[in-house]
Ligand binder design. Structure first.
Ligand SMILES: C[S@@+](CC[C@H](N)C(=O)[O-])C[C@H]1O[C@@H](n2cnc3c(N)ncnc32)[C@H](O)[C@@H]1O
Length: 371
């Protein structure tokens, strides 16, 4: 059976969470670097990873890696890759990527050299001078770090944070993959109740229900490589069936969402329904000032940062109220993500642990209270 070298990029700070997911799913030879987990597996692993990984941004096949200090080296090494094993005569093969601290720093130039090398390789294989590129998309991705080039083929298509349930979002939604990572760090699977007192579009409550009930986040969408000629529909069918089989339908679980904004409440209800977890959810309009702490529940929230929503003073005032309302302990832990450096001062309690995480470009801390 053909084994592939696979790579799954993730949000900085979630590497250990993702590598745990990959191991549990049966990935082999798992290694972790900054913002990326690499592993090995056959075609069933590509399907499984796309369907099940909740914190991966996408699943890539590594076609090759090499050192390149000149465009000639880049061209020759790309031309040596077995692209025809994946890309058929009519397929589209766009190129994108990035370069950090490297001699070859011009992205458009790297893009065009890699494209030219790929065309040259495929021309020799398919004996044609022109590629229509009307077929399935095989996105080539290059990643150049300190002159080390890696060339990947993207199997996912749309980023894996696009689960297919959140067509609507409020002003400052948290990315699904980041929410899933926080849910994992908060060990939501060990609880039967999750609370988000400022739920916005409901990402935490939906991702929490997914994790608690072991629902694969990719079950409601399709993936780019399913359209490839080499795709084996039987493998995808089997992996989808296994993921459905693995859902824990008997687990007692309830997610409670609250928000001061009635529009957010409607959004959460709609998104949870689309995600197929509407029956596990109860949402209501409520100011945090009226919040009643829930014993035995894990509380997770992403309060306004004082940037897109509210100003900084109002955000600080909310952190104070949160601190008055929440009394975290071992049975009722609490996890709050914010970029505010002095969050603990306003919340009134020192976190048991902090973890640096990026919410988009914003450097945040996850303040963890669990003792
Ligand atoms: C950053 S958003 C949360 C985004 C959410 N995690 C999501 O993924 O969509 C903060 C939310 O806090 C809500 N909020 C602001 N002030 C509040 C208050 N006093 N009580 C309850 N919710 C409040 C806002 O309406 C907004 O939906």
């Amino acid at each position: 059976m053909t084994k592939f070298k696979l790579a799954a990029p993730c949000i900085f700070g979630l590497e250990s969470v993702l590598s745990g997911e990959v191991r549990r799913m049966g990935g082999e030879n798992v290694t972790t670097t900054d913002g990326r987990v690499t592993f090995e597996g056959g075609k069933e692993m590509i399907a499984r990873a796309n369907l099940r990984l909740s914190t991966a941004e996408r699943v890539l096949i590594e076609l090759g890696s090499f050192k390149a200090l000149s465009f000639a080296e880049l061209f020759d090494n790309v031309m040596a890759l077995p692209l025809e094993e994946f890309i058929d005569k009519d397929d589209a093969f766009p190129v994108k990527g990035h370069s950090i601290n490297s001699q070859l720093h011009s992205i458009p130039d790297c893009q065009s050299i890699i494209k030219k090398a790929a065309v040259e390789r495929l021309k020799n294989n398919y004996h044609t001078d022109w590629f229509e590129e009307t077929g399935a998309v095989h996105q080539l991705i290059f990643n150049i770090i300190k002159d080390e080039v890696s060339i990947y083929l993207d199997t996912s298509g749309a980023g894996l944070h696009k689960r297919g349930y959140r067509r609507n979002s409020n002003a400052a939604p948290i990315k699904e993959t980041l929410a899933a990572g926080i849910i994992d760090l908060a060990k939501v699977r060990l609880f039967d109740k999750l609370v988000d007192p400022m739920c916005g579009s409901g990402t935490f409550v939906v991702e929490g229900a997914y994790k608690a009930l072991n629902i694969a986040p990719g079950l409601r969408r399709s993936f780019a490589c399913e359209k490839w000629q080499q795709s084996d529909p039987a493998v995808w069918q089997a992996e989808r069936a296994a993921a459905v089989e693995a859902i824990n339908r008997t687990k007692e679980f309830k997610a409670l969402g609250f928000d001061i904004d009635p529009h957010a409440v409607d959004l959460t209800i709609e998104n949870a329904r689309k995600a197929g977890v509407g029956s596990k959810l109860s949402v209501c309009e409520q100011d945090i000032r009226g919040f009643k702490p829930q014993k035995g529940a894990v509380t997770i929230c992403n309060p306004p940062y004082g940037e897109r929503l509210l100003d900084i003073r109002q955000a600080e005032e909310l952190y104070k109220v949160l601190g008055e309302k929440l009394s975290p302990d071992k049975e009722s832990p609490c996890f709050i993500i914010t970029p505010h450096e002095e969050f603990e001062k306003f919340f009134g309690k020192k976190a048991d642990k902090k973890r640096k995480l990026y919410n988009g470009m914003i450097k945040c801390n996850l303040y963890m209270y669990f003792k």
